[in-house]
Structures are given as structure tokens and as C-alpha cells.
Design a binder for this molecule. Structure first.
Ligand code: HEM
Length: 416
């Protein structure tokens, strides 16, 4: 069995156990504390930026799930309390892996193989049956890239678990280097990460880099199937220049503004993580002018990214899929991926100190796959069904299409 298969099985096992624990605990930790839901962009901006010290804590168990139940407690970047440990593990990821130059160096070459394999897969599926399921095909390509980014290019060639464990361990020790974990503001002496902490971070990296990216690619393709004129405009942009083999970097993305606009419009309408969660203690709540929670408890805030991205005060025809908003002269021209302290219009990658560090990498990854799918194939609704069903549902914590996208696919050029 190949290592990628083992990883996929491992990930699936973790997800299954998460679901089991979720159902067991949903009536205790999570439901016992009704959250305060915020959908107004101005209030969100004020709380997250003007009261950043108070509004920078993610919950330890965002889903009300204790993943470490019965084991030593370990935090990931997402769940680490705001403080020196969180700052150190986040900085290691952003500086050593997610810096644009590292993304170009690590991700772009890996994408070539994954995108080629995806195009080959879709071509042969199309030869058998012109209607294909988009999610499964894309999932394999995204996971293969992320696993190779994480464990090394030859991951698919290893056949035993030991080598996988070694790769996993080496990821942080050799690729990133020993962790200088704690900053000078901490009382703890610097130390290297423990194995259980590394495993948690790798699991977080694999999960964060796969689920939301796949969801956005599927939503993007759904809108392109539903709106052939947008698909055609994108195809023309992609074939006008020298955009070969799905290799896209940050720089190349700037040369394909319509592709970026299509992905941004999808992120506005379908933020895969629909809620930004913050736990705020009594002092922080009082400073922000919010009724103080009872002693010893925290107030849980959930900022609704979906409502914010569709606010009619901010967006014209907010329910409409219109990528032109993000093009020169549009209402959201030059909108940054992550909002700054002056104004919030959409928050698919969050906001403030806990915003998503993978935003730039995601745009490159999503852009490369969507570009290849549109450049090589024409996508249309299945003949027997009218239109595309854009109803959503929440799979664990990611908003996905309730009915996975099926599309009729026709190769644009003859595939040899
Ligand atoms: C379409 C793709 C993605 C979306 C929509 C997304 C969205 C988000 C959101 C909404 C948050 C919470 C932000 C907040 O609370 O303000 C988050 C956090 C995070 N994301 Fe992403 N993400 C994506 C891809 C990635 C990738 C590729 C990585 C890793 C390489 C990643 C790593 C993380 C981490 C580590 C955090 C926790 C940050 C912290 O607590 O300091 N994400 N993401």
C-alpha cells in the first residue's frame, strides 16, 4: 500500500473519530455556552481590530471536541491560546513554509505532477463517461500535492509505515529545522517540539491545506458550470497568455486577474469556514463594552463570514456571482485577501492576529487547479438535469456543496 493511501486512511480514521466524539460531546461543552453571533462587518472590524488583545483567542476545542481525550494535551496553531507558544509555532509555519518565496520553491514544482495527473484522470474519466464527479478527482490532486509538500516529493514511492513516520518527523526537524519554540517573553526555556506536538501540527497542516481548498475548487467549478459566459471569459484569459501546465505562482496569478477574481468571488459567497470563533475573557469583554460573562467563564463570539460577505450595505446584488467586482473599476478592486484594520468587506481567511496564514498558498493552489481544468476541458451541466444545485451543507466544519458537483466534461483539444 502506498504512503499516500495510508495517509488518506489515517486522515479518514481521524475524521471518523472526530465525528464520533462530536456526537458524544455536542450536548455538553459546545451547546452549554450559547455563542454571540456577529454578522455586521463594522462591529466585526471594531471588535477584532480595536480590541485585538481580547479578541485573539481561538477556543481550545473549536468544535467542542477534545481530540486528545485520554492522552497528553497538545495544541495546534489553531487551538493554541494566544501567547508566546502560539506566536512561535505560527511564525515557524509562516516564515519557513508559507513565505511566498518558499511557496514558489516548494509548491509550484509539486503542482506540475499533481495537475498533470488530474488532467489525465479527468481525460480518462471523460472517455468512459462524459459526466464526472468533480470533488473526488480534485481531492486526490490536492491531497497528493499537500502530502508531498509535507513529507517530500517521493512520498508516493514509499511502501511502509516506517518511512512515512520518518518523513513525518523529518518534516519539521530537517525541513523547518529545530524549533526555537518560546520567545524571550516566555518564562520557559526554548525547547524543541515533542513528537505529539509535531504530529498535531502535521495533522493540522494536512487538514487545513486540503478540505477548504477542495471545497473552494468545487464551488468555483459549480459557478463556472452554471455560468458558461464566465467560463468562456476565463478560458480566453488563460489561453491568451503563456499560462502553461498549470504552473502558477503568486506572480503568475497577478497576470491572470480574471482567474483571481473568479476565485475571490467564490470565497466571498462560500467561505468554507463560515464562522470565525473568538473566546473573550471578562476583562476583554468589559473593555469592549460587552456585558461581562459570569466569573471564570468566557464569552464565545462567532463572526459569520458568510453573512459578512453578502452584506447588502457593502455589496451590490450580493447574492449574484459576479467576478467583475474584483476587476479594475469594480467595487472590490484591489481588495486584499485578508482585511486590514480600516475596513472589512469579506473574511474568508479570517481577520486580525488569528487570520489564516495559508491564504496566499491557497490562492496559488486553487488557481493552478482551476486554470488547468478550464484550459483543458469545457464544463457543462449533466444533460439529464437542469442547472446546478448550489445548496450547501456543513461537513464537520467545512461548508461544502450538499450535492457534490457532477458535470459533463468535453476535452477542448484532442488528448493524445
Ligand atoms: C481555501 C483555503 C483556506 C481557507 C478558506 C482558510 C480559512 C481559514 C480561516 C477562516 C481561519 C480562521 C481565521 C480567524 O479565526 O480569523 C483559518 C485559520 C488557519 N488556517 Fe486556514 N484556510 C485555508 C487554507 C489553509 C492552508 C492551505 C493552511 C496551511 C498551509 C491553513 C492554515 C491555517 C492555520 C494554521 C490557521 C490557524 C491560525 C491561527 O490560529 O493563528 N489554512 N483558516
Amino acid at each position: 500500500m502506498e504512503v499516500t493511501q495510508l495517509l488518506a486512511i489515517g486522515l479518514a480514521a481521524v475524521l471518523v473519530s472526530i465525528v464520533a466524539i462530536y456526537w458524544r460531546l455536542r450536548n455538553t461543552t459546545w451547546a452549554a455556552r450559547p455563542p454571540i453571533i456577529v454578522g455586521d462587518p463594522d462591529v466585526t472590524r471594531r471588535l477584532i481590530f480595536d480590541h485585538a488583545d481580547a479578541f485573539s483567542n481561538h477556543p481550545l476545542f473549536p468544535l467542542g471536541i477534545d481530540l486528545d481525550a485520554g492522552h497528553r494535551k497538545t495544541t495546534s496553531i489553531t487551538s493554541a491560546p494566544y501567547g508566546p507558544f502560539w506566536r512561535a509555532i505560527r511564525r515557524n509555519l509562516t516564515v519557513n513554509i508559507l513565505h511566498p518565496s518558499r511557496v514558489a520553491e516548494l509548491l509550484v514544482p509539486l503542482q506540475r505532477n499533481a495537475v498533470d495527473a488530474l488532467v489525465a484522470d479527468v481525460s480518462s474519466a471523460a472517455a468512459r463517461d462524459t459526466v464526472i464527479g468533480v470533488r473526488d478527482a480534485v481531492y486526490a490532486a490536492v491531497f497528493a500535492t499537500v502530502a508531498r509538500l509535507c513529507f517530500g516529493e517521493d512520498v508516493g514511492d514509499h511502501h511502509d509505515v516506517r518511512s512515512m513516520q520518518k518523513l513525518l518527523h523529518d518534516f519539521f526537524h530537517d525541513e523547518v529545522g529545530p524549533f526555537d519554540l518560546l520567545t524571550s517573553s516566555s518564562n520557559e526555556a526554548p525547547r524543541e517540539l515533542r513528537d505529539d506536538e509535531i504530529v498535531k501540527l502535521v495533522w493540522e497542516f494536512l487538514g487545513a491545506s486540503t478540505e477548504a481548498v477542495v471545497a473552494i475548487i468545487e464551488w468555483t467549478m459549480a459557478h463556472l458550470v452554471a455560468k458558461p459566459e464566465v467560463q468562456e471569459k476565463l478560458y480566453l484569459e488563460l489561453t491568451a497568455g503563456d499560462h502553461q501546465n498549470g504552473q502558477l505562482s503568486d506572480e503568475r496569478l497577478r497576470d491572470t486577474p480574471y482567474l483571481s477574481a473568479v476565485v475571490l468571488e467564490t470565497l466571498r459567497l462560500h467561505p468554507p469556514l463560515p464562522m470565525l470563533i473568538r473566546d473573550v475573557g471578562p476583562d476583554g469583554a468589559a473593555a469592549a463594552g460587552i456585558p461581562t460573562p459570569p466569573n471564570g467563564t468566557v464569552a464565545r463570539f462567532m463572526f459569520n463570514a458568510e453573512v459578512i460577505g453578502r452584506d447588502p450595505k457593502v455589496w451590490s446584488d450580493p447574492e449574484e456571482f459576479r467576478p467583475e467586482r474584483f476587476i479594475a473599476g469594480g467595487e472590490a478592486e484591489n481588495l486584499s485577501l485578508v482585511p486590514g484594520p480600516k475596513e472589512i468587506k469579506m473574511v474568508p481567511f479570517g481577520a486580525g492576529r488569528r487570520h489564516c496564514p495559508g491564504a496566499g498558498l491557497s490562492m496559488v493552489h486553487i488557481g493552478a487547479i482551476v486554470a488547468a481544468l478550464v484550459r483543458e476541458f469545457e464544463w457543462a451541466p449533466p444533460e439529464d438535469k437542469g442547472g446546478v444545485d448550489l445548496t450547501d451543507s456543513t461537513a464537520l466544519f467545512v461548508k461544502v456543496m450538499a450535492s457534490p458537483l457532477k458535470a459533463r466534461v468535453t476535452p477542448r483539444v484532442s488528448q493524445s
